[in-house]
Every structure is written in structure tokens, then in C-alpha cells.
Design a protein around this ligand. Structure first.
Ligand code: NAD
Length: 248
């Protein structure tokens, strides 16, 4: 399928591995010029080589609003524009209400909410002026169905989902779409860290019986950034092998 976005530019945050890298690769295959970031020069260089297609990358920590804004501003400066923003970042530490100190919430909200707000502030004005833009934020299926051991993620990502939905409706008239993609458990470093290297999809109760493949996730996210997806905005798409059991 031709996504109709060849020649566009994209900033994909936190993309030296996992779901961010897979999304950057899908966009690059669709002819998009991609800028990525990660926290280590070595990892950035390795990822840029994997993505190819003229991708560029910089060292940037997007766990704060200042870092999120800095990444998008540098991408705009190096690429000349950013038509597509993939707002992504590392997940917060695991923990329950009982094991999580109150002062850890601020960090999680900065990392998984305020950083995304800052990335949008840096990217959206020029998208609106050009009357074309795509924003896809990688959040979590925990927004729909909170994971008992991830109270920080459940809390911060619910907030960012409210922000994105509000933004989507405000700027839809300018040709800019805003969606979130909610991964269930995918085979990445994050899931290895949380569930171990031998996590078994069937044993974990995933109806599809396997962990998600980051390559598939990247393709679906790239589709949301396609020309054909111009009428899809304000959506929270869960990609989880059937894990979420609710209707809506
Ligand atoms: P990952 O750990 O496999 O990869 C994260 C990538 O982001 C790496 O390239 C890492 O170097 C980079 N990164 C981490 N923190 C960064 C920072 N502060 N600044 C810049 N780069 C940073 O994670 P993933 O599985 O790709 O997950 C991506 C997002 O999706 C995370 O927020 C995660 O919590 C969420 N998520 C993942 C899953 C899953 O099963 N993989 C499920 C639900 C939600």
C-alpha cells in the first residue's frame, strides 16, 4: 500500500530500539525522512544505520518537557520541517500504590505527559500553518485497562490521553490529526525488563497467544500517519492481541 507520505518529514522520539525504532523504520520505508533521538550516541548511530533512507539522529533525553521540546526543535532545524511527530519515551518504573513513594509521581508525569505536551507545542504551530500534520503518541493499553503493577504509567498516560483527545478536536480543521497508539505487551527491551526474557504470550493470557511484533506495530502506526488516515483523529488504538476485554 502506498501511504502517500513520501517526501514528508518525521520526528520519532526515543527510537533507538523497540516500538519507536520499528515505527521510524516503517515511516522511512514509506519514503519519509526521519529524525530520531535516544540518550546515547552509540545507540543513535546504530539505529540510524538500521533505518537508512537518509535518517538522522541526535542524543536527546525526552524524559522532561525541556528535553521533549529540544528534540522536536532540533528535528525541525535539521530537517527543515516536521510533518509527522511520533511522541514516544521510556516507560516509568513499575510499582503498586503501596510500593511507590508519592514523590515519584512528578517524574512520571513529566516523562509521560508533560514531555508529550512540549513536543506538541514545538511541532503543532507549523503543521497548522502548512495545513497538514500527523501526531501519533505511543502510550499503553494500560490507559484502557490499568495494569496493577504499573500505577505510575496508568496515572500519567490517562492524563496524556485526555490532552491528546482535546488537541485532536481543536486542530482537526487545520488538516492535523492527533491519535494515540496503545501497545499491549510487545517483544521489546521494555517487556523483557518487566516480564523477563522468556515471557510467554499464552501463559500471560494474551488471547492471540503471542507477544506483539514491533514490526507490525510500526506499520500500523505509520498507517495512522498516512494520507489515507486523514479522517482518523482523536482515536486511541489498542494493539494488544485481544488483551483488552472491554467493549469500547
Ligand atoms: P524499549 O525500552 O524497548 O525502547 C525504548 C527506546 O526509547 C529505546 O531506544 C531507549 O533508548 C529510548 N529511550 C528510553 N528513555 C529515553 C529518554 N528518556 N530519552 C530518549 N530516549 C529514550 O521500549 P518500548 O517497548 O519500545 O516502549 C515504548 C513505549 O511504549 C514506552 O513508553 C513503553 O512503556 C510503552 N509500552 C510498551 C509496551 C511493550 O510491551 N513493549 C507495552 C505498553 C507500553
Amino acid at each position: 500500500m502506498d501511504y502517500g507520505i513520501a517526501g514528508k518529514t518525521a520526528a520519532v522520539a526515543a527510537a533507538s530500539a523497540g516500538l519507536g525504532l520499528a515505527t521510524a523504520q516503517s515511516l522511512a520505508r514509506a519514503g519519509v525522512r526521519v529524525a530520531i533521538c535516544s540518550r546515547s550516541q552509540e545507540r543513535v548511530e546504530a539505529a540510524v544505520a538500521l533505518i537508512g533512507h537518509g535518517a538522522i539522529g541526535f542524543v536527546c533525553d525526552v524524559s522532561t518537557a525541556i528535553g521533549g521540546r529540544a528534540f522536536v526543535e532540533q528535528a525541525i532545524s535539521e530537517l527543515g520541517s516536521v510533518d509527522i511527530l511520533i511522541a514516544n519515551g521510556g516507560g516509568p518504573p513499575a510499582g503498586t500504590f503501596s510500593s511507590t513513594p508519592e514523590d515519584e509521581y512528578i517524574g512520571a508525569i513529566e516523562k509521560n505527559l508533560l514531555s508529550v505536551v512540549a513536543m506538541c507545542h514545538a511541532a503543532v504551530p507549523a503543521m497548522r500553518e502548512r495545513k497538514w500534520g500527523r501526531i501519533a503518541a505511543i502510550t499503553s493499553v494500560a490507559v484502557r485497562q490499568p495494569v496493577p503493577s504499573l500505577i505510575l504509567s496508568n496515572t500519567a498516560r490517562a492524563g496524556v490521553t485526555g490532552f491528546l483527545k482535546t488537541l485532536a478536536r481543536e486542530i482537526a480543521c487545520d488538516g492535523v490529526t492527533v491519535n494515540s497508539v496503545q501497545p499491549g505487551i510487545h517483544a521489546t527491551d521494555r517487556s523483557t525488563q518487566l516480564y523477563g526474557a522468556n515471557a510467554d504470550g499464552a501463559a500471560m493470557g494474551i488471547p492471540a497467544g503471542v507477544l506483539g511484533d514491533p514490526v507490525d506495530f510500526g506499520e500500523v502506526t505509520a498507517f495512522l500517519c498516512s494520507e489515507h488516515a486523514k479522517f482518523i483523529t482523536g482515536v486511541q488504538l489498542h494493539i494488544d492481541g485481544g488483551s483488552y476485554a472491554g467493549l469500547l
